[in-house]
Design a protein around this ligand. Sequence first.
Ligand code: NAD
Length: 388
Amino acid sequence: MTTLVSKWNYPTTVRFGAGRIKELPEVLEATGIKNPLFVTDPGLAKLPVVASTLKILDDAKIPHGVFSDVKPNPVESNLTAGIEVFRKGKHDGVIAFGGGSALDLGKLIAFQAGQTRPVWDFEDIGDWWTRADADAIVPIIAVPTTAGTGSEVGRAGVITHEATHTKKVIFHPKMLPAIVIADPELTTGMPPFITAGTGMDALAHCLEAYCAPGYHPMADGIGVEGVRLVFENLPKVYANGNDLVARAHMMSAAAMGATAFQKGLGAIHSLSHPIGALYDTHHGMTNAVFMPYVLAFNREAIEGKIERLAAYCGIAGGFDGFTKAILDLRRTLKVPHTLPEFIKGLEMDAERKGLIADMAIVDPTAGGNPIELTRAGALSLLESALKG
Ligand code: NAD
């Protein structure tokens, strides 16, 4: 038993349920935020879901600013602009409202606005987070409008370093939102492509965390139930975006994925990150493309685990049955089977393939893959995803 040594962290308060967005004023009061900056993305900013949320603030006479210059896969210039607005408006907290992109950027503004060092000094490497001035980090309220990344219950923000085309994970324990409002009604407006991609992201998190080596039975349990929830509910929300019960289960699965992946992720993410950074693809959909190839690649190490998972999810046929279920789910959701089907006009020469493999093996998620991800392994996975 002495080898069973691990470190477990658990998330924050989540006010979960349809209609709970109306509790925003009392959540602000509970966190002591008097003048929040509301951070969202430009697409959402045009939708009624943002207007009705801002009206809740107006009706409660809560002063606030709005920042929406956040691109999908946010970049440093978004952060710089957001910090400027935050400082100018003398804000004392952030409401991060949106999908993973707006949530991450909102969290990063709250974290970085009071720091003196560049954000890249706080990458999720060793104890780099201890370099930060923790007292300068302002409280965050997170309100997800997609059900995938689970960023609302995480202590990190992902941002693309444009000069090197790499996605960097910035980490600090105080980047964990103080309170989350998880209101599935806010997700009903997602178009099918985003519903599918974000749902597959939640699945990738639950699945990779469960398969990652390491001792974390709680993450394993959460991951297993998260996978079951996705299989049961993702086809439902894809077919009917207004199915609130299924939307609620997907919202849970997303938070469960991010809770579980503190244990580790794996090669789905190691390859998805460079593809996302180089081709600006949707993160969850990129994960979905790689999923069956990585499953096959890791088979030797995870067969028994996947058999147990399949049995729990009511999927017959052990490992092969589970693989078929993933392929069927992808077909239902119209997930492209290969990278060329996904990225129009894609052409990759040997140099580009080598670059992606090099980026994949140094990605922080590579260490969680059940089989060591070598350069040759990353290249063979890339070839599989290119050819199908
Ligand atoms: P996203 O935030 O990039 O949003 C995608 C699109 O969906 C946007 O155009 C947005 O306007 C739209 N959208 C969002 N909610 C909507 C709604 N309710 N109705 C209609 N449209 C809506 O997508 P995402 O998949 O949620 O987030 C991806 C980002 O999250 C990537 O940058 C990824 O790297 C990051 N990420 C972070 C973590 C983490 O732990 N912090 C984990 C995984 C991914």
